[in-house]
Ligand binder design. Structure first.
Ligand SMILES: [Zn+2]
Length: 82
């Protein structure tokens, strides 16, 4: 390999590098970012509500450990333990 061939090879390599740099630099190959999908919002069930058919009880406990069987938030002042 002579010196001239070596120089030409280097020149061509520089030319190719410069050409590829300009072509890729002129057109940004970067794609626009894909928009994020909407976050999946799971329906939140009302867990505070008792299931239908099961009446909410007062749940007040007397000293003997029995629970009030009246409805939750009953108007009667006294609790009923039965
Ligand atoms: Zn009660």
């Amino acid at each position: 390999m002579s010196k001239m061939d070596n120089l030409r090879a280097m020149r061509e390599a520089k030319y190719e590098a410069a050409k590829s740099r300009t072509t890729t630099g002129a057109q940004p190959a970067r794609r626009p970012s894909v928009p994020k999908p909407a976050p999946v919002t799971a329906p939140t069930p009302a867990t505070d509500e008792p299931p239908a058919g099961a009446p909410a009880l007062c749940g007040h406990r007397n000293m003997s450990g029995r629970t009030c069987t009246r409805e939750h938030g009953h108007a009667a002042k006294s609790h009923r333990y039965s």
